[in-house]
Write a protein that binds this ligand. Structure first.
Ligand SMILES: Nc1ncnc2c1ncn2[C@@H]1O[C@H](COP(=O)(O)OP(=O)(O)O)[C@@H](O)[C@H]1O
Ligand SMILES: O=P(O)(O)OC[C@H]1O[C@@H](O)[C@H](O)[C@@H](O)[C@@H]1O
Length: 500
């Protein structure tokens, strides 16, 4: 073989060796990378684990904290707020009533013409607007003026089908989805903001007075006849259609629960005992905290960097505002520590709340063989193109771990309430336990199917088939809107006139 040929052969051989070495190095690095991914996934799974024994401890702790919160003000992280609702709708309510529902993401205005026992809701109309994020952290008057102006526009569109007796004021049920220390059915001071709201000047103020002033600034002649939390509204709306409703849970941007307590079981209540012998309690369960909660470093970091550090820990584990953010934090860690998306960290993955729960839900529900929805969301929203199927599968696995932890903890919360009211077993004191209904609402519960189904299955796993058979957990869609209007009706300033 000539010299040139030998040289060529040697060069080719060397090149081949180099390529082989590169391939081996790549494969080794790649296998090392996926081993690191697997290790981090395993650690996450272990830290987020919610075996049924742990869930029972969470449920027991919830029931204990409920007792403590009813015993004295400040007795527990659970505020167990008196709602001043001691008569739930009878179904006989009649007339035109408005409802305003200020939630964590959306603001809804609603009007309803009630037709009494036989005819119930004759007609209802509502509008929903997203709350401009800047108003959540701006001035108090700006927020309430935004609400009042939306109300004024809505009232102006009132049609012939809605009618009010001559000379009467339009009345409003005001649903305010934040913790309020109520002083009556239609007054109460804001304890603190939660979720994405943070307006210092409103804290400690009477939110009905704030709204009333804003309504006057709009030149509207309307009166707030009931101030309620959205869980209380959902309970009232649920009871309107099903007399067995004893509790309501919201799983939306935030999370919370309300339930019907026996008035004599509220040591901190020094008012007159209501004739009904009952009082609806707004638990503010988002602030629940227990050593049994499976907290990870991701949760800790999220809490430390939130608007309300060390507050609303239960809410930060299970509600819509936070599930997507937890997922983002885990993906960021895997991108940094295990090059999940290759040798660079996608810049958008560094931005807090860049990954919202509806996107997480869409990826989690992707059933396509190549997970193309996952690929598209990663590319379009996070600027991560050309992800491998392997990486997409990891994303779905993390969605599953985070969402199931949230759903299982929510189920434990419901079990805790039922334990408090003695409805968590099939038989109590020799008597079979009556049918018990928990009204659910909120965009997370309504739209995140895997989350909702996991909550239901976990609840049955915790209680056992026999006890769970007497408990119905059902969606009470927009219960808080109708509920607020019903409670406005049952506390109307004209009620005595109608009864006389
Ligand atoms: N398709 C979805 N999948 C999962 N979560 C969703 C979806 N749509 C909305 N959500 C969650 O529901 C929340 C809105 O809940 P909703 O009850 O409608 O309003 P609010 O919390 O303002 O009362 C959103 O913040 C989001 O976290
Ligand atoms: O309907 P949203 O906005 O998800 O609110 C649910 C709960 O969110 C919590 O943050 C509030 O403290 C509760 O009062 C409220 O009920």
């Amino acid at each position: 073989m000539g010299k040139a040929a030998v040289t060529t052969a040697v060069v080719c051989a060397a090149a081949a060796c180099a390529v082989a070495a590169l391939v081996v190095r790549y494969r080794m690095r790649s296998s090392g990378r996926w081993a690191r991914v697997a290790a981090l996934l395993k650690e996450l799974e272990e830290r987020c684990a919610t075996p049924v024994g742990k869930l029972r401890q969470v449920a027991d702790a919830m029931a204990v904290e409920m007792h403590a919160g009813l015993a004295s003000e400040g007795g527990s992280k659970l505020k167990m707020l008196i709602s001043y609702v001691n008569n739930l709708p009878t179904g006989e309510e009649t007339g035109l009533f408005y409802a305003l529902d200020l939630g964590g993401t959306n603001f809804r205005v609603l009007r309803v013409q009630l037709g009494g026992k036989e005819r119930h809701v004759l007609k209802q109309e509502f509008e929903e607007v997203s709350i401009p994020p800047l108003l959540m952290v701006g001035g108090s008057d700006e927020l309430f003026d935004f609400i009042a102006s939306a109300l004024a526009k809505f009232v102006a569109s009132e049609g012939e089908d809605f009618h009010l007796p001559v000379g009467r004021q339009r009345e409003i049920g005001f649903t305010f989805s934040f913790p309020v220390r109520q002083t009556s059915i239609a007054s109460g001071t804001l304890i603190k903001w939660t979720k994405g709201f943070n307006i210092d000047e409103t804290v400690g103020e009477d939110v009905v007075a704030e709204l009333t002033r804003a309504i006057e600034r709009q030149g509207l002649d309307m009166r707030v006849s009931a101030l309620i939390n959205d869980t209380v509204g959902t309970l009232a709306g649920g009871r309107y259609h099903d007399n067995d409703v004893v509790a309501a849970v919201i799983l939306g941007t935030g999370t919370n629960a309300a339930y019907v307590e026996r008035a004599h079981a509220i040591p901190k209540w020094h008012g007159l005992l209501p004739k009904s012998g009952e009082m609806v309690i707004n638990m503010e369960w988002g602030n629940f905290r227990s050593s049994h909660l499976p907290l990870t470093d991701y949760d800790q970091a999220l809490d430390n960097e939130s608007l309300n550090p060390s507050e609303q820990i239960f809410e930060k584990l299970i509600s819509g505002m936070y599930l997507g953010e937890i997922l983002r934090r885990v993906l960021l860690q895997l991108a940094k520590e295990a090059s999940l998306f290759g040798d660079y960290v996608p810049p958008k993955l560094e931005i807090p709340f860049m990954l919202r729960t509806p996107v997480m839900s869409a990826m989690h529900h992707d059933t396509s063989p190549d997970l193309k929805v996952v690929g598209a969301k990663l590319k379009d929203l996070l600027g991560i193109p050309n992800t491998s199927l392997k990486a997409r599968k990891v994303v779905v696995q993390i969605c599953d771990i985070v969402a199931r932890r949230g759903a299982r903890l929510a189920a434990a919360g419901v079990a805790g309430i039922l334990k408090k009211v003695g409805r968590d077993t099939a038989v109590k004191g020799g008597e079979s336990v009556p049918r018990t209904v928990v009204a659910m609402d909120g965009g997370l519960y309504e739209h995140y199917t895997i989350f909702r189904e996991c909550l239901q299955a976990t609840f049955e796993e915790m209680l056992g088939a026999e006890a769970a058979a007497s408990v119905v957990i059902k969606l009470a869609n927009d219960g808080s809107g109708i509920g607020a209007a019903l409670l406005a009706a049952s506390h109307s300033q004209y009620r005595e006139l109608e009864q006389s």
